[in-house]
Design a protein around this ligand. Structure first.
Ligand code: NAD
Ligand code: UDP
Length: 312
């Protein structure tokens, strides 16, 4: 039975990965310092093969016994979170990646890095293929996240080339679903929180900027496939269904049966204008095909948050 270490395992995506790897028969070690994640995300897991370790992965990591796979998902991930924790974000992307790669060498483990579409910055190429090098402002407020992830990719490739570590890199595009934090500031939980609280939906700028949203189960499937594929260079995962933020606000309002007004606020600095993955490579090397249409995924997510709100 393989042992899989998931850093950031108490976060949104990490908690879904913990469940998936347990379901595949793995021992799972979830390592997290809970800066943006919560025990509530993993509290329901009652499995003797599951272990939680409270630890900041930017510090030296000690794990007893064999580790076969390391999935490095620890990092603040929402613009609000990483602007609140700029130094921790830089540290977990740089030092945290270094420490987890060092552990991979010591344990002879396979390694998968959670990278992001943010490595493309505000892209001049649309949609974004993995071969695009990006347009990132290193000194802007988002630079702490974008550059940490770009460094993490460079470090991962160096450990692959120099130490022969069996590495993978996934570039994740906007992913949503149950267990996001309603107050994490990302557009999906923010809009859902507004409709559930009967408050105006706040669209930044005129809302013409676009994103492509992926339901978490599709992402997890792609990650599982990537870990078992023979591909060391980055692979995009997400969906190709691109929607403007204004249109997205209207979809959420309709799905929630709400008539709250839409108000506008200033666009954050360096907010990418357009974002959509080119999935040609994911299809070719993973046979990846997202299964959950946007409206279905959003309805499930809205139901999750509604049920959570109704809990005494
Ligand atoms: P999240 O905030 O829910 O999860 C991140 C987890 O990492 C949290 O549990 C947090 O406590 C933990 N963490 C942060 N710093 C840590 C540290 N120093 N040591 C140990 N644990 C630490 O966010 P998420 O959306 O689940 O994102 C998970 C990963 O996926 C991140 O690496 C993020 O960059 C990447 N990603 C996510 C998306 C998305 O759309 N959700 C898009 C691109 C990339
Ligand atoms: N956004 C918005 N209202 C919000 C939160 C976000 O209009 O309450 C916009 C944001 O400006 C961006 C898009 O929605 O254009 C997606 O933002 P998010 O923070 O989810 O992630 P990003 O893709 O920017 O990393």
């Amino acid at each position: 039975m393989p042992t899989t270490l998931i850093t950031g395992g108490a976060g949104f995506i990490g908690s879904h990965l913990c469940e998936r790897f347990l379901a595949e028969g793995h021992h799972v070690i979830c390592m997290d310092n809970l800066v943006t994640g919560t025990i509530e995300n993993i509290d329901h897991i009652r499995d003797p093969r599951f272990h939680f370790i409270h630890h900041d992965v930017s510090e030296y990591i000690y794990v007893k016994g064999a580790v076969d796979n390391i999935l490095h998902f620890a990092s603040p991930a929402s613009p609000v979170d990483y602007l609140r924790m700029p130094i921790q974000t830089l540290k977990v992307g740089s030092l945290g990646t270094h420490k987890t790669l060092g552990l991979a060498v010591a344990k002879k483990a396979r390694y998968l890095l959670a990278s992001t579409s943010e490595v493309y910055g505000d892209p001049h190429v649309h949609p974004q293929p993995e071969s695009y090098w990006g347009n990132v402002n290193p000194i802007g407020p988002r630079g702490v996240y974008d550059e940490a992830k770009r460094f993490a990719e460079a470090m991962t490739m160096a450990y692959h080339r120099f130490h022969g570590v069996d590495t993978r890199i996934v570039r994740i595009f906007n992913t949503y679903g149950p267990r996001m934090r309603l107050d994490d500031g990302r557009v999906v939980p923010s809009f859902i929180r507004s409709v559930l609280n009967n408050e105006p939906l706040t669209v930044f700028g005129d809302g013409s900027q676009t994103r492509s949203f992926c339901f978490v189960s599709d992402l997890v499937e792609g990650i599982f496939r990537l870990l078992h594929a023979d591909e060391h260079e980055p692979v995009n995962l997400g969906t190709e269904f691109e929607v403007s933020v204004l249109e997205f606000a209207k979809i959420i309002r309709r799905l929630a049966g709400s008539e709250v007004p839409i108000v506008h606020k200033d666009l954050p600095v360096d907010d990418p204008r357009n974002r959509r993955p080119d999935l040609t490579k994911a299809r070719r090397v993973l046979g990846y095909e997202p299964q959950v249409p946007l409206e279905e995924g959003l309805s499930r997510t809205i139901s999750f948050f509604r049920a959570k709100q109704e809990k005494p």
